[in-house]
Design a binder for this molecule. Structure first.
Ligand SMILES: Cc1cc2nc3c(=O)[nH]c(=O)nc-3n(C[C@H](O)[C@H](O)[C@H](O)COP(=O)(O)OP(=O)(O)OC[C@H]3O[C@@H](n4cnc5c(N)ncnc54)[C@H](O)[C@@H]3O)c2cc1C
Ligand code: SF4
Length: 482
């Protein structure tokens, strides 16, 4: 096992992301040694011999003369190719093992996708429900509906979510020593190292799952799209980093949620919503990644070429929603799905940021990022840069959506209902301008045609004022004045 600088510094990583990955690795190393394995391990300090994983593997081959290499399917395509390349150089056979932290193997997904004109998550999800038997009554869905999304779009209303206890801080010796090493050797990484609340061991991840099921699952479904300022965690499970790092099996998470439903402790719309995220979206994204990883990395359907605005790193912006999300990210390395899709991702889509820059930021700033999941979510779902492999339409909305789902706009100097003029909400202005800029495509997609019609209903004067304001907003972003 090797902590290598080329991986640690591949993106401008948040401190908590680095601490999490390295602390989980060191705990795993110690656990293996306790079980009698001989583990060769490199820590990343100044004496580290290897800057990249292939060099460390080459040395291990020289030192140990193995008969063959076994590799568990890694989290990105380039790494898989590199390791296979090292094995070939050494004349060794390399077997890539299926990852049993997924329900659908790469080849099963490829078979399912074969011959379909479009890949629709809902179709895949129903196939997976039938295959696993999760939430099924015979061959019918439990509760009679396959999908309770329509019941899961509540806001927190005027009173907000009430007090919600954050998860406890992780305090153990290994995490402390990694944190000190990051402080010493990588002081310039962005984000705060503390408070650090992420599980770094399987037992910590089990506790996080139990906390979610006991305290948050009943409210998870109805409010999963809602946002509230200075409340980062709400009723989300916070399990993605544990599941992606294989500290927790998605089976265990799904079965714990279904157990709560069967005991009558959580309603179907919450449990189905949670199962759909894990059995549907997570598996679907991973399948799409391995089918299209090569093309997806450079996809840019809308030819978006702007640089990522600086406030995505600093949080210094007058837009209350973005200020809250980036400030929260700096403190926690976490934002929930709608903050990612309908605040951070949406702004970049409407503004026209180069999808590669957006992807690199999402990789860097989130505790749960791994290329197989971040790339399809960012480039596909959020930026529509793949032209519709992941999502059937671009997720575009004005500031009115953010106003409906949060309390952000109440404290903002901009007005979500206004599209032009000095007080207009930049999201709303850029939303209408996006429709103008991409009218021909949006008109050709049945799911966005209505939005084009709404734009067309505006008078020539209104349209001209929006275009003018959109140009001003772009200038303000570039000058750092927004
Ligand atoms: C632009 C963008 C970037 C994203 N980047 C990542 C990423 O780097 N890593 C990551 O794990 N998820 C990513 N997601 C998906 C999703 O936002 C996170 O999985 C979720 O917010 C993690 O928080 P949670 O554990 O509290 O999830 P919950 O809201 O509690 O959901 C439960 C679980 O479902 C799974 N899940 C939910 N939605 C998705 C999805 N779209 N794709 C894959 N798994 C999903 C996760 O494992 C998650 O833990 C991204 C989404 C968007 C829109
Ligand atoms: S008014 Fe616009 S910029 Fe301000 S918080 Fe609402 S959506 Fe965000």
């Amino acid at each position: 096992m090797a902590e290598v600088r080329s991986e640690i510094l591949r993106y401008r990583n948040h401190k908590q992301r680095v601490i999490l990955f390295l602390a989980a690795m060191r705990h795993f190393r110690d656990d293996l040694r306790e079980h009698g394995f001989n583990v060769v391990y490199q820590e990343f300090d100044d004496n580290a011999a290897f800057d990249d994983l292939p060099s460390a593997i080459r040395q291990a081959i020289t030192d140990h003369s193995p008969d063959s290499l076994l590799m568990l399917e890694p989290g990105n395509q380039a790494l898989e190719e590199q390791v296979i390349g090292v094995a070939e150089e050494a004349g060794l056979e390399c077997t890539v093992l299926d990852d049993d932290h997924f329900f659908c193997t790469r080849s099963e997904f490829a078979d399912w996708a074969e011959g379909r004109s479009g890949l629709v998550m809902e179709h895949f999800y129903r196939m997976m429900r039938r295959k696993t038997g999760y939430l099924m009554d015979g061959d019918q869905p439990a509760g009679d509906e396959w999908n309770y999304d329509a019941d899961n779009r509540e806001s927190f209303g005027k009173n907000g979510p009430g007090e919600i206890e954050p998860p406890p801080e992780t305090s153990d010796e290994v995490t402390g020593s990694v944190s000190a090493a990051v402080d010493e050797h990588l002081p310039d990484l962005p984000g705060h190292a503390e408070p650090f609340r992420w599980p770094v061991t399987p037992s910590g991840a089990k506790e996080a799952l139990a906390r979610f099921v006991d305290h948050h699952l009943p409210s998870f479904g109805p409010t999963q799209d809602a946002m509230w300022s200075a409340r980062p965690y709400l009723h989300h499970s916070l399990l993605s980093s544990s599941i992606n790092l294989k500290l927790l099996s998605p089976r265990e998470a799904i079965e714990a949620a279904i157990g709560a439903y069967e005991r009558g402790d959580a309603p179907i719309q919450s449990v189905e919503g949670f199962v759909r995220q894990l059995l549907g979206w997570r598996e679907f994204m991973r399948g799409i990644y391995w089918l299209n990883a090569t093309d997806m990395g450079s996809a840019n359907f809308f030819d978006a070429a702007e640089k990522l605005p600086d406030f995505f790193w600093s949080g210094q912006t007058e837009m209350a929603c973005l200020k809250d999300v980036v400030t929260q990210l700096k403190e926690t390395a976490y934002a929930h799905h709608i903050q990612r899709l309908m605040v951070a991702g949406l702004f970049n889509l409407l503004y026209g940021t180069d999808p590669k820059e957006v992807h690199d930021w999402f990789m860097a700033f989130y505790v749960d990022s791994v290329e197989w999941v971040t790339l399809p979510n960012t480039v596909g779902m959020s930026q529509f840069a793949d032209g519709g492999n992941v999502a059937t339409k671009p997720y575009i909305a004005s500031g009115k959506y953010i106003n409906r789902m949060s309390n952000y706009c109440a404290d903002c100097r901009f007005k979500p209902d206004e599209a032009s003029g000095g007080d207009s909400c930049p999201f709303t202005t850029l939303y209408w301008d996006f429709i103008r800029r991409h009218e021909s495509y949006l008109n050709s997609n049945g799911r966005t045609r209505l939005q084009v019609r709404n734009y067309d209903r505006k008078s020539g004067g209104e349209k001209a004022a929006i275009t003018r304001r959109a140009n001003e907003v772009r200038e303000m972003v570039k000058e750092g004045n927004l």
